[in-house]
Design a protein around this ligand. Structure first.
Ligand code: BGC
Length: 227
């Protein structure tokens, strides 16, 4: 049983084939997410990445709210995604079972231990979030669009545009404040920092805060099929 794990990002779209335990069977393949990132253009990219790969089912992490396989938001992609029935379109195209969830939810599933309150924050084009209680997901937590400071949201302060604008030092200072705020709200046992910009974190992190490599976004693809 081989799973094609897909991570649709605001900047890059990544795929990898996993075995039944979630171990990689192929290297991670990546293509730039096209602009404008319409459903048709992104699906074309995804089909290019999937071509020639062998798999029996597909797991997709999508960068927005996903309810029952249908896209609800598209903060960093083309608005044409809203209402798009991604899960059924892909099921028909691949003729294989497909499951679609939020990208941060999938990333969290690839990182958590399953004990206590665990929060995943992804730092990439956007800012994603996922909350777990003893391994059970609270789906579609959207902290990224909540007010953080100076009239701006977490995503406006910590997303890729902000990083490019204010640079590594100030971005890290902002992140330190965000961690303190989130810690006071959620009282998590563990906070994971993932996404493409987690490698830019240069803070002495509290013991319950860990960075995880971006590949967790794909490795989480296997957990979607657990009973
Ligand atoms: C979206 C989230 C997503 C995050 C990271 C945000 O803009 O609203 O759903 O998880 O970006 O891709």
């Amino acid at each position: 049983m081989k799973t094609l794990a897909v991570d649709i990002g605001g900047t890059g779209t990544k795929v990898m084939v996993l075995d039944v335990e979630g171990n990689p069977l192929t290297p991670r393949d990546r293509l730039e997410t096209p602009t404008p990132a319409t459903p048709a253009a992104v699906l074309e990219t995804l089909f290019q990445l999937a071509a020639g790969k062998e798999f029996d089912r597909v797991s997709v992490g999508y960068p927005g709210v996903v309810r029952s396989g249908v896209i609800q938001t598209a903060a960093n992609l083309d608005p044409g995604w809203i209402g798009f029935e991604l899960e059924s379109v892909l099921t028909e195209k691949f003729m294989k079972p497909v499951r679609v969830i939020n990208d941060a939810d999938m990333q969290g599933l690839g990182a958590i231990s399953g004990a206590g309150v665990e929060l995943m924050i992804t730092l990439g084009t956007g800012v994603g979030s996922a909350l777990f209680v003893d391994g059970r997901l609270v789906p579609n937590l959207e902290l990224g669009h909540h007010p953080f400071r100076k009239g701006e949201t977490y995503e406006q302060q910590l997303g890729r545009d902000a990083y490019d604008k204010v640079g590594k030092k100030r971005w890290n200072e902002r992140l330190e404040r965000a961690i303190a705020t989130l810690s006071a709200i959620f009282n998590f046992d563990t906070l994971y920092l993932g996404g493409g910009n987690a490698k830019k974190v240069e803070l002495a992190l509290p013991q319950q805060v860990k960075t995880v490599p971006n590949v967790a976004g794909l490795l989480g693809g296997i957990a979607l099929w657990r009973e």
